[in-house]
Design a protein around this ligand. Structure first.
Ligand code: MN
Length: 489
């Protein structure tokens, strides 16, 4: 039996503190989820706001392959909103733990919850909705009651039943026991909904499927309330790659959709996040790089292309012979064995002194040792900044790029931003450069301290780091940026 995926990025994911998506953004994410191949898209809670209602309606009108679902409580108004928004289905939850029953229906007991659930499921069916019926906070409830509740759902002709680990307290072993028990007691497909409060959402979800659950809930990038939900990219890659399940999703779309969700929600994916984090397929260490260049399987469990990515090799203080050779080839230089040893010795020396070595530093070392003097492609000829309490910071720059003079001006949130924006405008006809990260350190303590700026710039697949050190933070930033441009252009 096929494992179903219910994606709840647009519902539980949108409940992430600080996240609010527009109708248009929700439609774009829903289209991307459909192209990825998820079975059910939980698009919001129709009753909760005008925006959610409109989004569910707009997504339903798109004619996507996926089933479009609205979240609902066991309340008539929730069911009506979902049906009026043309959702195909509802994911409707009833409280099952003492905490939730007392918070939602003070003074009432289990029988009341069962009675309300039966009424709600019957009403939803009358309104033509497919019902996925879930027990909320089931992992902290009495399991016998959860089973009784879900059995009533089955008798009332819900179509799927969900066990919710609402506050993320399941463990893999417990998940296994629970799912085996549910599969014995229930005939309908069983779904699992996990949260990541203890970092176990992926493991618990995988254990549930391994133990016979038929469906899992997840979000792109694992976003969601508190520590988030099970992450779709992790669970699906673990199931497919490590456990041999065939989910039938288009895995190469995982990375693009992760980026889309990151952009719209502004929840930045941590660099070390599995599958979709910036560093997941980035290599720096010299020993690793040389083995990797011979055979990519040495330090990569899967090929980056499988999930829609490319390998990135970053040069830094760990740069070994292979990576230095790779830069030499790229620059069109060649070094004798003695020169190579000298380059590596200087890199190691600076690294051992605790200096953060940038790619531009590595290049300077190479050129010094090879006694190559290089005409810099991008030169800063002039920079002027205007800033103040009631003035929008503005910068104008004069650059010489491949011998051509370019003058541009731009505004920004501060003087550094304005200066970088002006430079980006000046170079935009030459190359599409993205600023990946920006890091400032003050080397001494005063306001006249030497400021050390390290930037990471990206052009296509290539990432370089460069530094600028000045007492003036704007100049240090601009210098670092221009240094990086010289590596990339
Ligand atoms: Mn949830």
């Amino acid at each position: 039996m096929k494992v179903l995926i219910l994606d709840t990025t647009l519902r539980d994911g949108e409940q992430t503190p600080g996240v609010s998506l527009t109708v248009e953004q929700k439609v774009m994410i829903a289209e991307a989820l459909d192209a990825l191949g998820v079975d059910i898209i939980e698009a919001g809670t129709a009753v909760s706001s005008e925006g959610d209602f409109k989004a569910i309606k707009a997504i339903s009108e798109r004619g996507l392959k996926a089933e479009i679902c609205s979240f609902a409580r066991i309340k008539k108004e929730d069911i009506d909103s979902a049906a009026d928004a043309n959702a195909d289905s509802i994911f409707m939850v009833a409280p099952s733990s003492e905490y939730h029953i007392q918070a939602k229906f003070p003074g009432k007991g289990n029988d009341f919850v069962i009675e309300k659930s039966i009424e709600a499921i019957e009403y939803a069916r009358e309104r033509g909705l497919i019902v996925e019926f879930g027990a909320e906070d089931a992992s902290r409830a009495n399991l016998e009651f959860v089973i009784e509740l879900l059995k009533k759902g089955e008798e009332t002709k819900a179509e799927r039943l969900t066990f919710c680990d609402t506050v993320g307290v399941l463990t893999p072993e417990r998940t296994c026991e629970i799912v085996q028990r549910l599969k014995k007691e229930l005939k309908l497909p069983v779904a699992i909904h996990c949260h990541d409060d203890f970092g176990l959402a992926t493991a618990n979800t995988v254990y549930a499927i391994k133990s016979g659950a038929n469906e899992f809930h997840a979000t792109i990038n694992g976003i969601g309330e508190r520590a988030g939900n099970a992450s779709l990219e992790e669970v699906s890659m673990v199931l497919e790659h490590l456990y041999g399940f065939k989910l039938g999703i288009n895995k190469e779309k995982l990375y693009p959709i992760s980026k889309l969700v990151e952009k719209f929600t502004r929840i930045v994916v941590p660099p070390n996040k599995p599958i979709v984090g910036d560093n997941a397929f980035t290599h720096e260490s010299g020993i690793h790089t040389s083995a990797l260049l011979r055979d990519s399987r040495t330090y990569e469990p899967i090929s980056p292309e499988m999930v829609g990515r490319k390998r990135v090799i970053v040069l830094g203080k760990h740069a070994g012979r292979a990576s230095v050779e790779a830069i030499l080839r790229e620059l069109g230089y060649s070094a004798t064995k003695e020169q190579m040893d000298e380059i590596l010795a200087r890199i190691k020396e600076l690294g051992d002194m605790g200096k953060r070595l940038t790619d531009a530093d590595v290049r300077t070392i190479i050129e010094t040792v090879l006694q190559i003097s290089r005409e810099r492609r991008v030169k800063l000829e002039d920079l002027a900044i205007l800033t103040g309490k009631s003035t929008t910071p503005m910068a104008s720059v004069k650059l010489r790029i491949n011998g051509e003079e370019r003058i541009e001006a731009a505004i920004g949130v501060g003087p550094v931003d304005a200066a970088i924006n002006a430079i980006r405008k000046a170079i935009k006809d030459y190359a599409d450069i993205k600023l990946v990260s920006y890091h400032v350190d003050a080397i001494t303590g005063g306001t006249d301290a030497l400021v050390d700026v390290i930037v990471q710039l990206k052009r296509g697949n290539k990432i370089v780091t460069a530094r600028g050190a000045r007492a003036d933070i704007v100049m240090a930033s601009v210098e670092a940026f221009v240094e990086g441009l010289n590596m990339l252009i």
